[in-house]
Design a protein around this ligand. Sequence first.
Ligand code: AMP
Length: 913
Amino acid sequence: LPIPPLCLPPGTKQILDLPLHVLDDKKRLIRTFEVCNVAEPGQNNWLRTHFIERHGAHRVHVRVRFSVRDCSSMRAVASSCKETFTLYYHQSEADTASQELPEWREGPWTKVDTIAADESFSQVDSTGKVVKMNVKVRSFGPLTKHGFYLAFQDSGACMSLVAVQVYFYKCPAVVKGFASFPETFAGGERTSLVESPGKCVPNAEETSMTGSPGVRLHCNGEGEWMVAIGRCTCKAGYQPIDEERACQACPLGFFKVSVGDDPCHLCPAHSHAPLPGSSECVCQNHYYRSASDNSDAPCTGIPSAPRDLSYEIVGSNVLLTWRLPKDLGGRKDVFFNVICKVCLAGSSGPCVRCGDSVQFEPRQVGLTESRVQVSNLLARVQYTFEIQAVNLVTELSSEAPHYATINVSTSQSVPSAVPMMHQVSRTTNSITLSWPQPDQPNGIILDYQLRYFDKAEDEGNSFTLTSETNMATISNLSPGKIYAFQVRARTAVGYGPYSGKMYFQTSVGGERSEMVQDRLPLIVGSALGGLAFLVIAGLILVMFWPVSSTAGLGVKYYIDPSTYEDPNEAIREFAKEIDVSFIKIEEVIGSGEFGEVCFGRLKHPGKREYTVAIKTLKSGYTEEQRREFLSEASIMGQFEHPNVIHLEGVVTKSRPVMIVTEFMENGSLDSFLRQKEGQFSVLQLVGMLRGIAAGMHYLSDMNYVHRDLAARNILVNSNLVCKVSDFGLSRFLEDDASNRTYTGAPGCKIPIRWTAPEAVQYRKFTSSSDVWSYGIVMWEVMSYGERPYWDMSNQDVINAIDQDYRLPPPPDCPTVLHLLMLDCWQKERVQRPRFEQIVSALDKMIRKPSALKATGTGSSRPSQPLLSNCPPDFPSLSNAHEWLDAIKMSRYKENFDQAGLITFDVISRMTLE
Ligand code: AMP
């Protein structure tokens, strides 16, 4: 309805419930209160709202919509014309206001603000329309009474009040971080934060992250939740759902072990959760958790019985060995206990536990390794050994541990295992192998049984062959195939255990010929009849005669590549260039001085593929470094011997520059021995030493002095063949203060511990100084890669050697080998044996393994200086007296005589005790 605007006359004191009806700037009918008494000074007009209930609000906001006309646009205005008005409030417990009260003045009313228009207007158009609208928000608090009134005071403005909106803020009830918070009103001050305590939802509990207990949220002045303190999280057995708003019980078969936000997990192996909300899964029958297992670990069982329990009689001791149980019960830990029973009237009589005198090495219970040596056994007695497999849950189980049993009669024993096999020759379809007789034949060997199978096929498809000698030719094989071989000896008592598997490959037509030279002495060493010996001795003569004669005529000597004016010329002469496309690099296996060492394959067109090692020269090298890098190939390329690493060729025409050599599966000897500690027989170790000595014999015949012979520079292939490597000389030039092995002034780094004293003192490097180093390699091999002189400093080593200290025999080292080492460490280099003599001394030992029986002291540390000694076949000494004279110990002659120590054979078996 078009209602005319109601202008408030001067002096109006009106309650705000009679507004005017006007059209707003959008031509909508609105109701306004207007005043425009600008011509009369002293205006004081009031409008008051009805009673407004507080409803719990602490602070109230008032949005006012109004327009003001500017004083200057009007004619005949008093100087008191205003462009503002004032907003007040008055709190009251009840609606008690009247026309007079509260009084129309500041005092009973609290002033909120004087409000000015941002935009005043100067004209009213023909329709009387208000042109510019203002909106202002003011707030006040804290409020404490039941309700309040608002009032607007005009002091002489021309204005209209269009709308008044009164409101307050509150934070809504919320569930956050697994806690519920009630609806909370904003605080009385604009900046106040009202703290609201939360309650954890069902199955959640508080996690105190701040240290102070309680979960709290804060409601700010604008009704927003903020500043969370503490939080709740789901209990064990419950998992979060619905965006941190609830905790749900883990379903059947699932568990949650601890309080937290994690989800439930499926029960681990052999356990179950029969109820929802499980914090732990219980083990199924016959499965357990040990005290050290976490409650979320799988449940495990006891191990099955050890497999393949076998024995070997070593003197009066029994060595029991077995394989791990097939089923470890799902655990990694497995231990073995040995139960020893003695059967009084042979196997048919009653068996009782062995007495305390029987000893077990390393121990009787809790063995971690699959072997035990039993000593102090009675002769001609039947023993029964039970090997129990136990683990950490055995004691929780009601089941008895599973075990394997073996009967051992100390009167009769089968022969021990054959220690190793050698390939004598091979063709495309046959392989000839030989082997030494077992360390303990325990009787007359009737024959050997050889078992073999194609490595690529199942072990079950094996063939056997019987040989009356310790050599056999296996025919009808396929070309280029790898076969596994095992051999065992038979006596009247029965078969001994099979030897470890050894792999040999038939040849492929057109490949490099196999050299048999280093294997012949072993054939000689086998127990062949006298006639066979003569035939083979004749063969040796035929084979070696041309070699020694040509060497005697000085046919082939090593040429130092640095003597070439153009080092590339040396490379061209001694190393074959390989087309890089023939090489396939497969993986990085080590790092050399100049770059990475990789494993790869080399395939020349039309030939078979070889596995190779590839040394690369890293990018950014200098010409000098390239020359040094390739010098190793120029040296290696001049050698061709089964115990010297074979150079396949070099890649120099593309980048990176590479040296390609045959691949040695077992890497360097020192680390190989450390990994396999105690796992080889003495004969196998001597076989390795023999190979190294043969390689060095060849190199010394070539007039090549190695200068850095050490186990780290010997490489080992899968057949345990050792080859001399590392012909680079640059290591002697490097200047790396942190290097513990090579020390000395820049340009002359020396591996002190391996080097002969004359080479350390005045750089006298000869094949005799290589022999000294060879003695150290022997010591490294027999001690399975121990560091020579342990942690003594280099200077201490130099001083000790000067005072005739020599390394003592490593544990279990046969005395003859230590004597040979001592011989290599003769102070006077001319007194050291030559490599040729070392090879033949080792061959003798291989032929007659009984010489390797006697071992030195049990101590591996030097207890007292051991003087250098001479080997049993030292040519110039014929008896013990001469020997004692030679080592300045003549005063002991009488003691030696009394003890019957007259021949070298007896002396060589003597221990330090
Ligand atoms: P080098 O620079 O010759 O000392 O070689 C570094 C490392 O690479 C050696 O210690 C071996 O572990 C490995 N390596 C070198 N040559 C061969 C190879 N022909 N066969 C297998 N591994 C090798």
